[in-house]
Design a protein around this ligand. Structure first.
Ligand code: SF4
Ligand code: SF4
Length: 400
């Protein structure tokens, strides 16, 4: 039987951005560090672990087994994973069954406390319905192998409304909620939360810190936050914003360091919703960040699983964002970093053939090939002299 929800504790541990021994290999998880982070998180009274089939080069679930399930009594834990319909080529009922059983074995569990449809959108929803995925999940709920059945999605409110109307058995939704995307017309966190609320579903939050973007804000924004509360970390503002949203049951954080674990514990153990003054500061901070960030990539790396050219898309986008800041006056060795990435992955931005397979799975709806053109303009054939001022024309076109 699934373990009961520990209401009042709103922090989940996402096994998506674990510390690595080799920063270029997402499968090289540093088990010793993760064990220490898990111990600190559990010692603080939390117990919810979220994983998926695709995280960390398809190895995340086995790290949940190694670092959590094999080290703690199962009845103390809540373990959650997801059915990756949109990542299974030629999905069938048999493949769903195969993946589901494989996931249980990888995690070393006999049941899931919660289990979700992963990143479901209009296209994968149609496939899921056609091959009987919802009937399969309902059966697993009846058998007690799934405690609570939910769905994660980055699609739009209209789709979410339709899915929750057609499938009221979905007990909860897992949504991207952060202060930068609250009113963002592409992500529309607020609109998605409103629909979940309308259907009486509770919400789990993903990307509260937007892939780390909201833990390192521009200096002007940081000044506003620190003047108001010098003791609060920058990331804690984002975590509190997400946890303060109506119907939010739990905020999932993909923690990468012990410092992040300690900071999140501090924020969530004695959770305080944002007051009106803090909300106003966050509104101003969001405006400042929007002016400063070129490519709103969250480093989920879904795109890389689809790219026939094995282009390290999110790493290139991080580099491009840093470079955009460099052009505004900061210094860095971006060309060298780019060349290292190309050598390691055996691919450069200019290798993109614009097949759009990555775009189909990007939860942020980014025009990836256009941005790669921009990266290529800046860095393919890079030299320090050439890097200054190039690519502005392409960037302006993409951002128009
Ligand atoms: S559009 Fe480019 S980056 Fe995207 S999957 Fe195709 S080759 Fe890879
Ligand atoms: S480009 Fe999109 S899919 Fe790829 S890592 Fe960034 S947000 Fe994720």
């Amino acid at each position: 039987m699934a373990n009961e929800r520990d209401d009042g504790k709103k922090l989940g541990f996402g096994f998506m951005r674990l510390p690595l021994t080799d920063p270029n290999d997402p499968g090289s998880v540093d088990v010793k560090k993760v064990n220490e982070m898990v111990d600190a998180y559990i010692d603080a009274g939390f117990n919810y672990f979220d994983t998926s089939w695709i995280y960390h080069n398809f190895k995340s679930e086995s790290f949940v087994k190694e670092c959590v399930v094999d080290r703690y009594s199962r009845d103390r834990l809540q373990i959650s994973s997801k059915m990756p319909i949109k990542f299974i080529k030629g999905a069938t009922w048999e493949k769903v069954d195969e993946v589901f059983k494989h996931q249980l074995e990888s995690c070393g569990v006999e049941f899931w406390d919660t289990y979700l449809m992963h990143g479901i959108n209009r296209a994968s929803y149609e496939v899921a319905k056609k091959i009987g995925t919802f009937e399969y999940m309902n059966e697993k709920v009846k058998e007690g192998i799934i405690g609570r059945f939910g769905a994660s999605t980055h699609d739009d409110p209209e789709f979410l409304d339709m899915m929750l109307t057609e499938h009221p058995e979905i007990e909860f939704v897992y949504l991207q909620v952060n202060y930068l995307d609250w009113d963002n017309p592409t992500i529309n966190s607020k609109g998605m939360c409103d629909i979940a609320h309308k259907h009486g579903k509770y919400i789990l939050v993903m990307e509260p810190v937007k892939g780390g973007l909201l833990s390192k804000v521009p200096p002007k924004a940081e000044k506003l936050m620190k003047e108001y509360n010098p003791d609060a970390s920058i990331a804690s503002w984002a975590i509190r914003f997400a946890a303060s949203a109506p119907a939010v049951d739990r905020v999932m954080s993909g923690m990468s360091t012990m410092e992040q674990v300690a900071d999140n514990i501090r924020t969530m153990r004695e959770f305080q919703p944002l007051n009106d003054e803090e909300k106003e500061i966050i509104r101003k901070v969001a405006d400042i960040i929007r002016e400063d960030t070129e490519i709103a990539c969250t480093h989920c790396n879904y795109c890389i699983t689809r790219c026939p050219k094995h282009i390290p898309i999110s790493d290139f986008f991080t580099l491009e964002n840093d470079f955009a800041r460099f052009e505004k006056g900061h210094v860095g060795g971006y060309g060298g970093r780019y060349q290292n990435l190309c050598q390691y992955h055996g691919a450069k931005a200019g290798d993109c053939i614009a097949c759009n397979q990555c775009v189909a799975v990007c939860p942020q709806n980014l025009p990836i090939p256009d941005y790669l053109k921009l990266v290529s303009e800046h860095f393919d054939g890079w030299s320090i002299e050439k890097s200054h001022g190039q690519g502005k024309e392409v960037r302006d076109k993409v951002n128009a």
